[in-house]
Design a protein around this ligand. Structure first.
Ligand code: 5RP
Length: 219
């Protein structure tokens, strides 16, 4: 079974966790791409979507779903997004697709975070996937030097700027034993816009697809 089949299965399962007639928060990435296609099939039951990237907005509009700002939307009962890694405490690394800042904002505006992944994203400890950070351009080198002092190798994502016009650093070589502590610390670093650790506000529920089917896990 290939990854796309698993992504499609988990995207379909996420529909059962939506509130009919409500606005839905929508993440970014290839798994979410499948979820947006599923939303298109039930568009009559979706009041609109708050999107976390220009790419997702484009896909939503192509499915005939209205894209709303957070201020237009009112309550967002559920936010659905993928992850690059997720640990047993439902803490995640996100931002492989570069949309981490808007993802964190929409997730914070929503009541419930439903994470959709295939089983390859489950890890015992976060950190094998390089940790993405969105940074202010003038701080890029400085932030990279601070990471070097703690054993991390921060590499600028070549040829890439976020939807907010900022570069991304991908930090290799971190073993993240305390995700909440590290997120809290990195949030204080001058020049860091967003750290791709979603630990302080992790997922509330994860749907995991493997060849046997889709499993549900809560915190
Ligand atoms: C984008 C993200 C995505 O959720 C993450 O990269 C997973 O993507 P995919 O579903 O393509 O594996 O955080 O910023």
């Amino acid at each position: 079974m290939n990854h796309d089949t698993l992504k499609q299965a988990v995207a379909r399962a996420a529909v059962d966790h939506l509130v009919p007639g409500a606005v839905v928060g929508v993440g970014s990435g290839s798994t979410v791409g499948f979820f947006i296609a599923e939303l298109g099939r039930i568009r009559d039951r979706v009041a609109g979507a708050v999107s976390s990237s220009e790419k997702s907005s484009e896909l939503l509009r192509a499915q005939g779903i209205r894209v709303l700002t957070i201020d237009e939307a009112g309550p967002i009962p559920v936010y659905v997004d993928g992850a690059d890694e997720i640990d047993p405490g439902l803490r995640m690394i996100k931002g492989g697709g570069g949309a981490l800042t808007r993802e964190k904002i929409v997730a914070a505006a929503a009541d419930r975070f439903v994470c959709i992944v295939d089983a390859s994203k489950q890890v015992p400890v976060l950190g094998r996937f390089p940790l993405p950070l969105e940074v202010i351009p003038m701080a890029q080198g400085l932030v990279a030097r601070w990471f070097a002092q703690m054993g991390g190798d921060a590499r600028p994502r070549a040829g890439y700027l976020t939807d907010n016009g900022n570069p991304i650093l991908d930090v290799h070589g971190l073993r993240i034993d305390d995700p909440v502590g590290l997120e809290t610390e990195l949030n204080q670093w001058p020049g860091v816009v967003t750290v791709g650790l979603f630990a302080r506000r992790g997922a509330d529920l994860v749907l995991v697809a493997d060849p046997a089917g889709v499993r549900t896990q809560t915190r």
